[in-house]
Write a protein that binds this ligand. Structure first.
Ligand code: ADP
Ligand code: MG
Length: 251
């Protein structure tokens, strides 16, 4: 029987009245004030907003990396009190450990989950293979191009088999063609059923990218950051946009 307290059975994430400041009392000069949003299963949602509006802060809160000053974050019906299993994040500038190899960087994604070393290696190698980095296991980040480094960032996120993937301007440090390839590869993997991801929240400054990738786009205001607009993208689901039949329709 469905629990009436549980808003919607297919709800993955619910952010309610979230507030966050960075001054001493953490409650004045708010960066985020009364942010509300929900993500349902099978949705890719974009988050747009000016620099400094608090997009990265919001993603960090959802990832459990920092705490909100007020409000609640609910992930799959449970109140979130820190990093949750099944939530992974990809960062704009990759955030790799420069002193670790590709394989070690990807294994690091599993450390917090207490996976044994043998299993860790197996899963890391599978993620590396999936994202097209096979042969680069022992390379260091400095030996890789930007696109390859971000592939490591994706492998480190995907290795935990996330349900919810958070992406903070994942393609904005890459040139246009590299970004396009990586975006398409990611949607392809999802399309082929290779990912367990049920929902994606992506921060981007690129409207074209948002329209291509998202079902819905949320706009965050500045000073304070608050969701002030929601745009539904009137196309097929992004997962289906690579389908040749759909391509013929829109080309
Ligand atoms: P966006 O990602 O939208 O560009 P951010 O979330 O990075 O915005 O930052 C929003 C605001 O919060 C900025 O004014 C930034 O200076 C401030 N801020 C973010 N993180 C910190 C921090 N750790 N300490 C102090 N101020 C911060
Ligand atoms: Mg940011």
């Amino acid at each position: 029987m469905q629990n009436p307290e549980n808003a919607a059975a297919n709800e993955i994430l619910c952010v309610k009245h979230v507030r966050r400041g960075f001054n001493k009392s953490q409650d004045e000069l708010l960066v985020l004030d009364d942010v509300n949003l929900t993500l349902s299963e099978n949705e890719i949602v974009g988050l747009l907003g000016r620099s400094g509006s608090g997009k990265s802060t919001l993603l960090r809160i959802i990832a459990g990396l920092i705490k909100p000053t007020g409000g609640t974050v609910t992930y799959r019906g449970e109140s979130l009190q820190g990093p949750a299993e099944g939530v992974a994040m990809v960062f704009q500038t990759f955030a790799l450990f420069p002193w670790l190899t590709v394989l070690q960087n990807v294994e690091a994604g599993l450390e917090a989950l207490g996976v044994n070393p043998q299993e860790r290696r197996k899963r890391a190698l599978a993620a590396i293979d999936l994202i097209g980095l096979d042969g680069f296991e022992n390379a260091y980040p400095r030996e890789l191009s930007g696109g390859m480094r971000q592939r490591v960032g994706f492998a480190r996120a995907l290795v935990v088999d996330p349900t919810l993937l958070l992406m903070d301007e994942p393609f904005s440090a890459l040139d246009v063609l590299t970004a396009e390839t990586l975006r398409t590869d990611l949607l392809d993997l999802w399309n082929e059923g290779q990912l367990k991801i049920k929902s994606v929240l992506i921060v981007t400054h690129n409207i074209e990218e948002a329209v291509f990738m998202c079902d819905r786009i949320l706009v965050l205001s500045s000073n304070p950051g608050r969701v002030v607009a929601e745009i539904k993208v009137p196309f097929a689901h992004p997962r289906n946009r690579l389908d040749p039949a759909f391509r013929r329709l829109v080309d």
